[in-house]
Ligand binder design. Structure first.
Ligand code: 13P
Length: 253
């Protein structure tokens, strides 16, 4: 059985007190209401990570992720945060290659590949994002775009390493737009990603990797999206900032 996961990417939202309050609400609701074996991942801003780590100790289902990491291990890289620093405060996962980082901060498949390596070396689970723009989908090259993202960023990993990766399919046109991919569109791409992993590695690895959907995921559409055979959960942006809404998404399996 693949691990079911719902991850909340807070992006650059909440101040410290608001973040701690939001997590304590989520922790209480998850402890009281969530019976399934879903793993919940919270990815707050860097400044909140240590404080939130203390709060989630009472919530066995809740794990902590960063939203980004350095592609380097240590040294003269002003403003950067390394994977081993994250690991040292109890962070377990890191989102890598989000489309906002690709589009706004110049990240490429090459730099993403370096970050994935750093994460694995430090013992963090990389949550690796891929996805096409609207123009790419309209132009019929969305499969090709995703194949290239996988090949250039991910497929240099060996079998042990790839098994530790979580993949998030986030169509860029669905992020923050309210325009969710249909369950069929999500399933089609998730199947494509799993097939690509099977071809590159093998079917037991492909079957074991969790592939999350991200892009305007809400409590209204999560159930239908998550019911697809290759959709193992969600990477949730805006809806993860409201505790009730986020926990309702978690309960959609
Ligand atoms: P929204 O859920 O706000 O569309 O954001 C998705 C996302 O980018 C998660 O990483």
């Amino acid at each position: 059985m693949r691990q079911k996961i719902v991850a909340g990417n807070w992006k650059m939202n909440t101040d410290y007190d608001q973040g701690l309050w939001l997590v304590s609400e989520v922790v209480n609701m998850v402890n009281d209401e969530v019976l399934s074996d879903v793993k919940v991942i919270i990815a707050p801003p860097f400044t909140h990570l240590f404080g939130i780590k203390q709060l989630i100790k009472s919530a066995p289902k809740v794990r902590l992720a960063a939203q980004n990491c350095s592609s380097e291990a240590s040294g003269a890289f002003t403003g950067e945060i390394s994977c081993s620093m994250l690991k040292s405060i109890g962070v377990e996962a890191v989102i890598i290659g989000h489309s906002e980082r690709r589009q706004l901060f110049g990240e490429t498949n090459f730099s993403i590949k370096k970050k994935i390596k750093q994460a694995l070396q430090a013992g963090l689970s990389p949550i690796v994002c891929c996805g096409e723009t609207w123009d790419e989908r309209n132009g019929g090259i969305h499969f090709q775009i995703i194949q290239t993202q996988l090949e250039e960023a991910l497929f240099a990993l060996n079998r042990d390493e790839i098994g530790k990766v979580i993949i998030a399919y986030e169509p860029v046109w669905a992020i923050g737009t309210g325009q969710t991919a249909t369950p069929d569109q999500a399933q089609e791409i998730h199947r494509f990603i799993r097939n690509a992993i099977q071809e590159k590695y093998n079917s037991s690895i492909a079957d074991s990797i969790s592939i999350l959907y991200g892009g305007s995921c809400t409590s209204k559409n999560a159930k239908e999206l998550f019911s697809n055979p290759d959709v193992d959960g969600g990477l949730v942006g805006g809806a993860s900032l409201k505790s009730r809404e986020f926990v309702d998404i978690i309960k959609s399996f």
